[in-house]
Design a protein around this ligand. Structure first.
Ligand SMILES: C[S@@+](CC[C@H](N)C(=O)[O-])C[C@H]1O[C@@H](n2cnc3c(N)ncnc32)[C@H](O)[C@@H]1O
Length: 274
């Protein structure tokens, strides 16, 4: 579950699923949310229907400074069993919609600003929203699909806004951020394993998540990358208490909890070379 979402199913969505027109459509609907009996039994793999995702996301604060879709200091989401990204993709869509809406205001309020500057404003803010979405998924195909789904969402927003002026480096940077933030691993052991051992073995490595901190220097947009172990993040007591606010905010105050490395600031489109 993403950190901002509680476990209660809104009755409206649950009711809609259960009241699908007839038994046949109920079965068809249920099948579209699963891949195989074995995967359900072994990994509990049942995807959340879009109606339920939407109803749950509607329960999040969406107004003013507390809005989880805000542009400033984007709210961070981590889903430790993200499947193909039923939640993360909808969260990402909402975040990018907010970037679009602020971009339109930015354009209106700064009529003399160059088109390229406005485009870079959109690109940087879209990158910050991208960098605030994290996922863990045990199964390789799901993790890959989730990554692809997120990349597709970015591309559709980017092409809609800038049909003729897309920048290859921006697309590469976004792909890099998404691929780093969605990890194929085991959320229970805090590890990723190249041989998918299912528990902990010599091949297992720690899962490392990066925090991406924005900085502006002489008008240039920079990012600072800080790497944390997932185990450190989860085990920081204060995070458990403050998990509703921000996943990493408390880690900064508790550096002993899993901070692995801090990189020097780098121009945001060069982040993959940090
Ligand atoms: C019930 S599905 C939910 C998927 C997604 N959150 C959704 O709502 O559609 C649970 C997912 O968790 C994955 N999973 C199971 N055990 C896991 C573990 N130990 N670590 C990470 N992911 C796990 C499964 O492969 C499956 O994709």
């Amino acid at each position: 579950m993403p950190v901002h979402i509680n476990n209660k199913l809104p009755p409206t969505a649950a009711f809609r699923v259960l009241s699908a027109k007839n038994a046949k459509s109920k079965v068809k609907y249920a099948k579209s949310l699963t891949k195989s009996k074995e995967r359900i039994q072994q990994h509990g793999e049942v995807f959340t229907p879009p109606e339920i995702v939407n109803d749950m996301l509607k329960m999040l604060p969406s107004k003013g400074k507390e809005s989880v879709w805000r542009i400033e200091n984007p709210a961070k989401f981590l889903e430790p069993a993200c499947g193909e990204g039923a939640f993360l993709t909808e969260i990402y869509r909402r975040k990018l919609k907010q970037v679009d809406s602020n971009y339109n205001k930015e354009k209106k309020n700064n009529p003399s600003k160059k088109k390229e500057e406005l485009q870079e404003w959109w690109e940087f803010n879209a990158a910050l929203q991208t960098s605030s979405i994290y996922g863990i998924e045990l199964l390789e195909d799901n993790a890959e699909q989730c990554t692809m789904n997120l990349i597709r969402i970015f591309l559709s927003f980017y092409m809609k806004n800038f049909p003729k002026t897309q920048n290859e480096k921006v697309i590469e940077t976004i792909q890099f951020l998404i691929s780093r933030n969605i990890i194929q691993g085991n959320a229970l052991t805090y590890r990723r394993c190249s041989v998918s051992c299912g528990n902990v073995c010599d091949e297992c490595e720690e899962m490392i998540f990066s925090e991406w901190i924005p900085k502006t220097e002489n008008g240039a947009f920079l990012l600072i990358r800080k790497d944390y172990t997932y185990e450190g993040i989860v085990k920081a007591e204060s995070i458990k208490k403050e998990i509703q606010n921000s996943l990493f905010a408390e880690v900064e105050k508790n550096v002993e909890h899993g901070l692995k490395k801090e990189y020097p600031p780098i121009f945001w489109k060069e982040i993959k070379y940090a």
